[in-house]
Design a protein around this ligand. Structure first.
Ligand code: GTR
Length: 404
C-alpha cells in the first residue's frame, strides 16, 4: 500500500472502529430480563460436603480449596520457587513533589536456574504525617506515561500527588516488566526467563497470574522498606489490572485491602450472568490472560466449580473494595455488586464483620463503606479516575482509623 492509501485506510479504520466495537459488543447481552437462571456454588459447603461455620474451617479447608479451584480452572498456579531475590534502589529523589515526597525507583531482581527477571517498582513516600506510611500499589497495563516518575505528565489514572497529600505512599509497576499484555509476546518476560515449564501446563501461570506474581514481589519489597507500613497495604487494579488485583488478594494474605476497579468478566463480575463480556469472548480475545483450562467453560459457565463471588470470599476477612462505572455495562456493574454481596457473606457470617450490603444495586455516586467492605458506582465510562481514588482513600482512612 502507498503511504497515502495506507493513511486514508488507517483514517477510515479509525473512524469506523468505534462502530465496529459497538456492533461487536452489541451482540452480547445487556438486558437484565435475559440473564439466565443460575445457581451459584455455596461458600459455606466444602467439596466433601462439610458445612463451614468457623474461621478455622474457613482458613484450613474451604479457602485453600477455593484458591486451588481458581488456580486449576481460571488463573493457573503461581510458581513459588526461585534461587534469589534482590532489591536495588536505581534512582531516588528525597525532594520529589516539591519536597513533599521521597521518590524511590527500585529494581526487583528474581533469579532462577541461572536466569533473571527484573521489574521496576516506583514509589513515592510522603514526608507527612507519619512514617512508616500505608501504601497503595497500582498494577497497570496502560501507557507508561500514566506512572511517570518525573511527574512531568500527571494523569488521574494514578494521581500520585493526591495520594501523597493524603499521607499514603503511591506505588506502581507496569505489567510489561513481568508479562507483556500482548497475545504474541506475553511469554517474553517471566514465562520464558524464569518459569518456561509453566507454558506446558494446562493449569500453568499465564498473563494475569504473572501480574499477580509481580504485585507479590512488590509486597516483598514493602516488607523490607522501613518507610512503608506493609501491614497497611492496598493492591489496586483497573479492568484487566483489577482481575489481577483480585487474584493477588485472594492468594496473598499480606494485603490489608484488595481493590477492583471495573474488573468485569474474570474479575469481580459473576460469570454465570453472561451479562456484557462472557467467558467465551474473553478467552477468545485474551487467551493469554487465563490458564488453558478456562476454555472448557466457554458457553459452559454452569460447569464452573466456582464463580467470582468465591474469589472475593477468598479475600475474607481482609478488606475488599469493588468499584464500577455506570456506563461500563461491558463489565456488568450489577454482577460485580452481587459478587461482592455474596462473597462478603464470609466476612459477616464467619468473622462477624458487619458487611450486609443492600439487596438492590446502590445508586450511582453513593459509595458504601462498611468496615472491610467497600463499593461504589461512579457516573461515567470505563476508566480509573480521581473520584475512584478518593473513595478508595476514604475507605482506607476509615479502615485504618486515620483522620482525613
Ligand atoms: C476489554 C476486556 C475487558 C477489560 C478491558 C480493560 O477489552 O474485554 O475484560 O479487561 O479490556 O482491561 O480495559
Amino acid at each position: 500500500m502507498s503511504h497515502i492509501a495506507q493513511s486514508s485506510f488507517l483514517l477510515l479504520m479509525l473512524i469506523l472502529s468505534p462502530l465496529f466495537g459497538l456492533y461487536a459488543q452489541d451482540e452480547f447481552n445487556y438486558d437484565e430480563s435475559k440473564v439466565p437462571a443460575y445457581s451459584l456454588p455455596d461458600p459455606f459447603v466444602a467439596q466433601n460436603g462439610q458445612l463451614i461455620r468457623t474461621p478455622q474451617q474457613w482458613e484450613h479447608l474451604r479457602r485453600p480449596e477455593l484458591v486451588k479451584l481458581f488456580e486449576k480452572h481460571v488463573y493457573g498456579k503461581l510458581p513459588k520457587d526461585f534461587d534469589q531475590m534482590s532489591f536495588s534502589l536505581v534512582n531516588e529523589d528525597t525532594q520529589a513533589m516539591d519536597g513533599n515526597a521521597h521518590l524511590k525507583e527500585v529494581d526487583i531482581k528474581v533469579e532462577r536456574n541461572g536466569n533473571a527477571l527484573t521489574m521496576r517498582l516506583l514509589l513515592f513516600v510522603p514526608k507527612k504525617p507519619e512514617k512508616p506510611a500505608p501504601v497503595f500499589l497500582l498494577i497497570t497495563h496502560r501507557d507508561p506515561e500514566n506512572i511517570d516518575p518525573t511527574r512531568q505528565t500527571k494523569i488521574d489514572f494514578w494521581p500520585a500527588e493526591e495520594i501523597v497529600a493524603r499521607g499514603y505512599a503511591a506505588a506502581a509497576f507496569h505489567v510489561m516488566d513481568v508479562s507483556d499484555d500482548n497475545k504474541e509476546t506475553f511469554t517474553e518476560d517471566i514465562l520464558d526467563t524464569l518459569y518456561p515449564e509453566q507454558l506446558q501446563m494446562e493449569d500453568g501461570m499465564r498473563g494475569l497470574g504473572a501480574w499477580a506474581w509481580g504485585a507479590m514481589r512488590a509486597m516483598d519489597y514493602f516488607e523490607r522498606d522501613g518507610d512503608i507500613d506493609a501491614a497497611k497495604a492496598a493492591v489496586v487494579g483497573h479492568s484487566r489490572g483489577g482481575k489481577a488485583s483480585l487474584w493477588t488478594g485472594a492468594q496473598d494474605t499480606r494485603w490489608a485491602i484488595t481493590i477492583s476497579n471495573e474488573s468485569g468478566c474474570g474479575g469481580a463480575a459473576l460469570s454465570r450472568r453472561k451479562f456484557g463480556e462472557t467467558v467465551k469472548r474473553i478467552n477468545t480475545n485474551f487467551p493469554y490472560w487465563f490458564t488453558d483450562n478456562f476454555n472448557s467453560f466457554n458457553d459452559n459457565e454452569d460447569a464452573l466449580p466456582i464463580d467470582q463471588h468465591l474469589l472475593i470470599a477468598s479475600i475474607a476477612p481482609r478488606g475488599v473494595y469493588v468499584a464500577s462505572a455506570s456506563e461500563d455495562q461491558w463489565a456488568d456493574p450489577k454482577g460485580e455488586f452481587l459478587s461482592l454481596k455474596l462473597g462478603s457473606r464470609v466476612h459477616e457470617e464467619i468473622y462477624h464483620i458487619p458487611s450486609s450490603l443492600p439487596d438492590r444495586l446502590p445508586k450511582v455516586g453513593s459509595p458504601i463503606h462498611l468496615s472491610q467492605i467497600g463499593h461504589h458506582i461512579r457516573e461515567g465510562k470505563h476508566n480509573l479516575t480521581l473520584y475512584d481514588w478518593e473513595r478508595f482513600m476514604d475507605f482506607a482512612d476509615q479502615l485504618y482509623q486515620r483522620k482525613p
